[in-house]
Design a protein around this ligand. Structure first.
Ligand code: ADP
Ligand code: GN1
Ligand code: MG
Length: 361
């Protein structure tokens, strides 16, 4: 038996894996599709540099998946594909440690696809509904039950401090040729505490949110094109609706890929923006406070700026956080984000108009 077989057998006993192949484009974990003669599973090697407390991580996920199942049953829907179903290992836990690495296995949800680049307002409208429904699931969930799996995950001013530290350390000598990008970020430092200050002063409520609402974290049904479930539950923790709304817009309201090298292709599409916002507000609108609504037009700017700053920080640090597949990959990603930020900034008034129209004010 090779290592992979050893790992898999802990979860599925003697069932023989016929094929194990990498899937998806996630930047953090290593994800594989495992096929046995009768079933398909996902095997994931957890990135413990990003998620050091695996026990707390999996305990969060257990609570989150059980809660989703409960809510789905309450609506009278079929819970079988409504969330991820993790397998229990002989140690009684939903993960194992093998030769110092941590693994988990869960059912592969067949007949689904993920979207890597948005091209269709209808799909984006349903993406908005999927994340809006996700927000709604957790309105009656006690946030104190969840551990913060990554502290200060969307604390933009804290991310700025990390960025400044990366510049000071200049570990790879890359600072000299990214001066324009550094200046772009620095000139926006006063904007960065907008949400964190309001959260600290209770002007914005703390919510249980997904925090990583990239489109490829939704599975869509191959036959109906409807969302099946939201995946990648590692960062579900206390946060703000603005994070989930903003991050989804960042990834989806453009025709360019996150790592597009030709910046002339990086646009901000207001029709896509409207589609997502419509779906999101239809599902979560009743629980949005006035101040959350007021802040929605700034959410995508904040999350796109933060994400670009994280990519640039990682580039300066020598690409230790986000998986890369080419030289300068994180710098390319940072540049697309900054181009998008500029486009979004030029459209704040348009975003305000759209949000006002959608909430009927
Ligand atoms: P990462 O944390 O690295 O982003 P994800 O949990 O998002 O990892 O998984 C990466 C990709 O694997 C997803 O974008 C999706 O394409 C695929 N995937 C993950 N879980 C499932 C599942 N249960 N069924 C089908 N595909 C899945
Ligand atoms: C990472 O795990 P994945 O690929 O869905 C990252 C997000 C970033 C995103 C940028 C835990 O998401 O915060 O927005 O890359 N996840 C983590 O593509 O850091
Ligand atoms: Mg993912």
């Amino acid at each position: 038996m090779n290592n992979m077989d050893n790992i898999i057998s802990q979860f599925i006993g003697n069932a023989k894996a016929e094929d194990i192949s990498p899937i998806g484009n996630g930047h953090i974990n290593s994800t594989f599709l495992v096929k046995t003669p009768h079933s398909k599973y996902v095997l994931q090697k957890i990135n413990t540099s990003v998620f050091p407390d695996v026990d707390a991580l999996m305990s969060n996920i257990d609570k989150v998946t059980h809660h989703i199942q409960k809510k789905v049953k309450e609506c009278g829907k079929n819970p079988s594909r409504a969330t991820l179903n993790f397998l229990t290992a002989p140690n009684g836990k939903k993960y194992i440690c093998y030769e110092g690495n941590y693994y988990r296995m869960y059912d592969f949800i067949d007949g689904t696809f993920t979207i890597e680049k948005m091209d269709n307002p209808v799909n984006f409208y349903y993406s908005g509904k999927a994340f809006g429904e996700f927000a709604n699931f957790f309105t009656d969930f006690d946030a104190s039950l969840l551990v913060e799996t990554i502290k200060d995950f969307h604390n933009t001013p804290k991310r700025f401090k990390d960025f400044e530290q990366a510049i000071d350390e200049n570990r790879k000598g890359r600072v000299a040729y990214v001066c324009d990008e550094i200046e772009f970020v620095k000139s926006r430092r006063d904007f960065m505490p907008l949400f964190t200050d309001k959260l600290a002063g209770n002007a914005l409520p703390l919510r249980v949110t997904h925090n990583d609402t990239k489109l490829n974290n939704i599975l869509f049904d191959e036959k109906t094109n409807m969302p099946v479930t939201v995946i990648d539950l590692d960062t579900v923790m206390p946060g703000s609706y603005l994070y989930d709304f903003g991050d989804a817009i960042r990834f989806g309201a453009t025709h360019a890929a996150e790592d597009e090298k030709d910046l002339s292709l990086v646009d901000f599409d207001l029709d896509l923006y409207r589609s997502f916002a419509k779906g999101y507000i239809e599902e979560s609108g009743n629980s949005l406070t006035d101040e959350e609504i007021n802040m929605l037009p700034y959410a995508s700017i904040m999350l796109t700026l933060e994400c670009g700053m994280r990519f640039l920080t990682d580039h300066l640090n020598g690409d230790t956080y986000f998986r890369i597949s080419r030289q300068g990959h994180n710098l390319d990603r940072a540049r697309t984000q900054f181009k998008l930020v500029s486009e979004m900034e030029n459209n704040v008034e348009n975003m305000k108009e759209i949000i006002d129209e959608l909430v009927g004010r």
